[in-house]
Design a protein around this ligand. Structure first.
Ligand code: RUQ
Ligand code: CUA
Length: 670
């Protein structure tokens, strides 16, 4: 539909002071507009005050299409050759600055799941500058993650995998608003959910969910984060212990409710079909899960056979009541399993605890609108999205009646996000476009109508997730949106056969009656595979610590102050080593242990100045602690090899950083 992109999309409009040339172009454009629209044509809706140029995209498109004049325009010296004024993506005068000047801060935090790089990436928005990374499912040396006893112990207890596939980050909420406390994110690969503490920007818990294999959908319960929900995508035998292996009919998908404080599973619900993505309503009652394999097939042809799959709507308080009353089928691995299948007695009466809503076809995501009125299910193999009226989940006698709209948006709809002004923005994977549409218009239109479409833009290429700022909360800001494109093809310098993905920033603050509906693509950002999804919060929603507060680990780890360094032999084969760390010294200039000793090292960075981090690295022992100010970490290892091992600091902390050294001496045992 639209042709809004060129290869120069991320270039800034160059300033020009050639007023004469501009005036001439302005005249040409106005002449064209007059020719196309007649003398009564309305004033073009956007102006270019800095250039004194009255030119709208719509005007251009119309002029171009009707008069075949795009070529003429592009041929104009100055405009076409500069790639500026005819560049439709940066052609708006009223897109706010998206670059951030040196020393200035971004307005928003963006948290990207890292996909199979297993992490969370933190970006500033709208600059899209990467601020940091938070390792979650993978050991990561820069932050000493997986190298200190607490972090390596956490990874070991969570299955001891060395990788994960982080998919759907959810910010914790209080009263429907992001409270800046936690991010929860799932591991699609190993069926886990992790919690990231946003005071320290550090993963503080990982739950390996029993009875499930792959967790795809993950969300918090709005409005107060009383649960975290996780959908198992791959159907497996229950328990998966060798029984029913050749009996796919007996495989199940489970909906898990997790306690966000203890990070334990409270209960699981078995359903028919599978479970894909999940989102919560805004009132703490219904949770909607999409599904694409109600055929319960194990091969692709089987999985895509039917024209409909069932969205499952879970009545969470009702399920919790069943569990509290002991009204569940059995416990497997200690977890109460509630029967949520279609044939379950809990689903037979007027108030089913799981409603099965048929939607076309192998649908992908479900995202609830910020006002909590609708759950929008993208059709994936159908060009439609289905609008589920959440109030009707309680009242409709036939689940089909909960679907109150089904606009036809384009090919391969995957995800939808919101601006809080009544618009949906849906990614179209196959069309490589974003479509903007009017939600209430879609409710009022015939099913299958294209009327609700307000505009489309091309994106590059094959978008998956799409997220606008704070769109998952009740407070969308309606200004920026990011499209996470799976392919980048020709957009960047080639870097070998594994290409970066392409995250594109789009401004959505202008609602315009043009081909794009006012959407403006403003920048491209190559990203390391595969940022899967993202969530954004205003910077005022977070208040991260600048240095550690030792009270936060008191009782768990010892703070090693300036006078506390030393070596203590506990028994013949165990040695305690304690060292403070500061610029530019380790509290122990050296220490001696015996071959075969278990060394229990505790180190504290006693500095109070922010941003002075020290590393505690012991070559050949795989020891690396990253010590932020006032932080303490422990590492336990066996001193297997006699010799001298230099200890050094990995963070460049002072002019004497290279000299900041110590020695571990391992004496041969007689
Ligand atoms: S799902 S690309 Cu893994 Cu988030 Cu839709
Ligand atoms: Cu401490 Cu470098």
């Amino acid at each position: 539909m639209s042709t809004t992109n060129t290869d120069e999309t991320d270039e800034e409009r160059p300033e020009t002071d050639d007023d004469e040339l501009i005036a001439e172009h302005e005249k040409q454009l106005n002449d064209l507009l007059a020719e196309v629209e007649g003398p009564d044509a309305p004033e073009a809706e956007s102006t270019l005050p800095s250039l004194g140029l009255d030119m709208s995209r719509r005007g251009l498109m119309k002029a171009g299409a009707a008069a075949g004049a795009i070529g003429t325009l592009a041929g104009c010296s100055g405009i076409g050759s500069s790639g500026a004024a005819t560049d439709e993506n940066s052609g708006s005068n009223d897109v706010p600055e998206h670059t951030v000047a040196p020393g200035e801060h971004d307005t928003y935090y963006g948290f990207w799941s890292g996909g199979h790089s297993g992490e969370i990436r933190v970006m500033g928005m709208p600059s899209m500058r990467e601020l940091t990374r938070i390792p979650v499912f993978n050991p990561e040396p820069a932050k000493g993650y997986g190298f200190s006893n607490d972090t390596s112990g956490m990874l070991e207890e969570a299955g001891d995998y060395t990788w994960g596939d982080s998919h759907h980050p959810s910010l914790s909420e209080t009263g429907g608003k992001y409270d800046g406390e936690y991010i929860f994110v799932n591991d699609k690969a190993n069926g886990r959910v992790a919690r990231v503490n946003l005071n320290y920007f550090e993963t503080d818990a990982i739950l390996d969910i029993p009875n499930v294999q792959s967790v795809h959908g993950c969300c918090i319960q709005s409005p107060d984060t009383n649960y975290v929900f996780a959908n198992s995508e791959f159907r497996t035998p229950l328990p998966n212990d060798g029984s029913d292996i050749n009996n796919p009919d007996e495989y199940v998908s489970l909906f898990s409710a997790i306690d966000p404080e203890t990070m334990d599973v409270r209960w699981q619900v078995e359903v028919d079909g599978n479970l894909d993505i999940v989102d919560s309503d805004k009132d703490g009652r219904w949770v909607l899960a999409s599904a694409y394999n109600d055929e319960e097939g194990v091969e692709i042809e089987e999985m895509t056979k039917n024209d409909r799959d069932f969205v499952k709507a879970f009545d969470v308080p009702a399920i919790q009541e069943l569990v509290d009353a002991g009204d569940y089928r059995e416990k497997v691995n200690g977890i109460p399993i509630v029967d949520g299948t279609k044939a379950s007695s809990h689903n037979s009466g007027d108030s089913p605890v799981v409603r099965y809503i048929p939607t076309p076809k192998s649908p992908h995501c479900v995202e609830v609108t910020p006002d909590g009125n609708y759950g929008i299910v993208a059709g994936k193999l159908s060009p439609t999205v289905s609008i589920i009226d959440i109030d009707k989940l309680d009242t409709a006698s036939d689940p089909v009646d909960t679907i109150v709209g089904q606009p036809k948006l384009g090919l391969g709809p995957l995800h939808t996000t919101y601006d809080g002004r009544g618009h949906g923005y849906t990614s179209l994977f196959i069309d490589s476009q974003v479509v903007k549409w009017d939600i209430e218009a879609a409710v009022n239109a015939e099913k299958g109508s294209e009327e609700p479409i307000l505009g489309k833009i091309d994106v590059h290429y094959n978008p998956g997730h799409i997220q606008a700022v704070q769109a998952m909360s009740s407070e969308p800001t309606g200004d920026w949106l990011v499209v996470l494109n799976k392919l980048s093809k020709d957009r960047f310098l080639p870097v070998g056969p594994i290409y970066p993905d392409n995250d594109q920033l789009v401004y959505i603050g202008n609602d315009k009656d043009d081909d794009s509906g006012g959407m403006e693509l403003v920048s491209d950002h190559p990203v390391y595979p595969e940022p899967h999804d993202a969530i954004f919060a205003h910077k005022d929603k977070l208040d991260p610590a600048r240095i550690w507060d030792q009270a936060d680990y008191e009782g768990e780890k010892e703070y090693i102050g300036e006078g506390d360094s030393g070596v203590e032999r506990l028994d013949d084969s165990t040695v305690d080593v304690k060292a403070y760390v500061k610029r530019s010294e380790f509290g122990l200039r050296d220490f001696t242990v015996k071959e075969g000793d278990e060394v229990r090292l505790t180190a504290t960075n006693i500095e109070g100045s922010q941003d002075i981090v020290h590393g505690f690295a012991i070559p050949e022992y795989d020891v690396h602690l990253a010590l932020a100010p006032k932080d303490t970490r422990e590492a336990t290892f066996t001193a297997e090899k006699p010799g001298v091992y230099w200890i050094y600091c990995t963070y460049f902390c002072s002019a004497l950083h290279l000299e900041m050294r110590s020695r571990m001496i391992v004496e041969p045992r007689e």
